[in-house]
Design a binder for this molecule. Structure first.
Ligand code: SG7
Ligand code: ZN
Length: 261
């Protein structure tokens, strides 16, 4: 049931080839956040983000997105507060985006879709000894989602955009030192939170999602730079890396909480 609405393109993508039989999920992601159905929880604390720019290691094209990886061998880049009972370590961030500006985000708000969505992926070092272990555990992961909308040039994002030509092809990787992803965070502290899953295989239901209410602005050239990346390896027939989002999943028996009234 969890995958009942995925598209043919998902099924054809190598990432999904062995995952056609995933079913039975009750807390799958992404979802459409209905603002008026979300419940204000006054006990939700502000989210605290402490990233050490020196833990940033490299950027790679994994054939589905590009992602920036961090040294997670110690508690150096962590988040805490918000809905969380302990701190979580930053492992990587990546984006999802569309072929055109009319779609691209995984989550939606009142059925509104954004041209792209940033995911900062963290794992629980209190209940797991590694990221790989945390993927399989309830409350093992926290992903912060930030919507990207079309608007002003984003200076912080540009350092990333400048590195993209070097990872145009699948399986390419380059060093990417000293980057503080908190520059990609909107200044407004408001967020929604709900219990969900990874949006790619193994689709495990191990994720506490924290979706920031306010999008960040990026300009058209920056979105176009994402769309120049390729799903394909060097030498293969070129396929543009676009529309790398999973379709909406049913909310089922879940409540989305908001940190704001
Ligand atoms: C992207 O999204 C990659 C994956 C990530 C997945 O495909 O960033 O990272 C890898 C392959 O290491 O999977 C386990 C994991 O982080 C799903 O992440 S998401 O649910 O935040 N979209
Ligand atoms: Zn993602």
């Amino acid at each position: 049931a969890a995958c009942s609405s995925f598209r043919l393109r998902d099924a054809l993508h190598p990432l999904w080839q062995s995952e056609l039989s995933v079913s039975g999920g009750t807390r799958q992601s992404p979802i459409n956040i209905q603002w008026r159905d979300s419940v204000y929880d006054p006990h939700l604390k502000p989210l605290k983000i402490h990233y050490d720019p020196a833990t940033c290691l490299y950027i790679w094209n994994n054939g589905y997105s590009f992602q920036v990886e961090f040294d997670d061998s110690a508690d150096k880049s962590v988040i805490m507060g918000g809905p969380l009972e302990n701190h979580y370590r930053l492992k990587q961030f990546h984006f999802h985006w569309g072929a055109i500006n009319e779609w691209g985000s995984e989550h939606m708000v009142d059925s509104k879709v954004f041209p792209a969505e940033l995911h900062l992926v963290h794992w629980n070092p209190v209940t797991s000894t590694s990221f790989e272990e945390a993927i399989m555990e309830n409350n093992g992961l926290v992903v912060i989602g930030v919507f990207l909308k079309l608007g002003a040039h984003h200076a912080g994002l540009q350092k990333l955009v400048d590195a993209l030509p070097a990872v145009k092809h699948k399986d390419t990787i380059v060093e990417f030192d000293v980057f503080d992803p908190s520059c990609l965070m909107p200044s407004c502290p408001d967020y929604w939170t709900y219990d969900g899953s990874l949006t790619t295989p193994p689709l495990t239901e191990s994720v506490t999602w924290i979706i920031k209410k306010t999008p960040i602005e990026v300009d058209q050239n920056q979105l176009e730079a994402f769309r120049m990346l390729l799903f394909t390896s060097a030498g293969e027939e070129e396929k543009r890396m676009v529309d790398n989002f999973r379709p909406l999943q049913p909310l089922m028996n879940r409540t989305v909480r908001s940190s704001f009234p």
